[in-house]
Write a protein that binds this ligand. Structure first.
Ligand code: 5GP
Length: 190
């Protein structure tokens, strides 16, 4: 997707929208419907990967019309802030067992897919009845993703993005749309 000039009016920030609030709203409702249909008649455990998932997940679960349990996991990735090393450490583990549960893992953005690989491998060892992935954003695939992202919001080009839960140095998570952070705007946080 490319930045939309018409969406610039809907914010006070210096960052133009790549994906507007209304585009996100429409898509999240659609994904919620896809998930509801896919898991019809079942209960779902929705696991959010903190912190980036928190806004997407809050909207997504309200668009899923099934009995759901919610849990969260926080992991940290070694390496610099903008580059995933794929080596992760669990900072906060799940509170509940997922054995025999239908699990939907919610991720903010998939870049290299390394984070997902590690988390999915770990969750598989806990014997869920099924394990699926929902991600708001999927960057241009650099290699085949080992685990398919069945429920995805938007495919985007390889830019560093913020907003709607995603941060740059801890900021911008509360932006209600998704924007690209270019080198120049990285210097100016507000
Ligand atoms: P992966 O392991 O797939 O390369 O990276 C996934 C994680 O890296 C995401 O959960 C997110 O925390 C971070 N990440 C990757 N790309 C971006 C981006 O464009 N913006 C932000 N804010 N975080 C990103």
């Amino acid at each position: 997707m490319s930045p939309q000039k018409s969406d610039m009016s809907e914010n006070n920030s210096h960052l133009p929208a790549l994906i507007s609030r209304s585009q996100i709203e429409t898509r999240v409702t659609e994904i919620g419907r896809e998930i509801t249909d896919h898991f019809a008649g079942k209960e779902l455990t929705v696991i959010g990967l903190l912190k980036g998932c928190f806004i997407f997940m809050a909207d997504l679960v309200r668009a899923i019309h099934l009995p759901v349990h919610i849990d969260f996991m926080e992991i940290s990735s070694y390496g610099d802030a903008q580059q995933s090393s794929g080596i992760i450490k669990i900072v906060k583990d799940l509170r509940h067992s997922i054995e025999d549960r239908h699990v939907l893992l919610v991720e903010d953005i998939v870049d290299t897919g390394l984070t997902l690989n590690h988390v999915m491998e770990l969750l598989e060892t806990r014997r869920p009845a099924s394990l699926h992935i929902a991600a708001l954003l999927v960057k241009e695939v650099k290699q085949e993703l080992r685990y398919p992202v069945e429920f995805r919001g938007f495919d985007i080009e390889d830019h560093f993005v913020v907003g709607y839960g995603l941060d740059y140095r801890g900021y911008y998570r509360n932006l209600n749309y998704v924007a690209i952070v270019e080198a120049e705007s990285q210097m100016k946080l507000f």
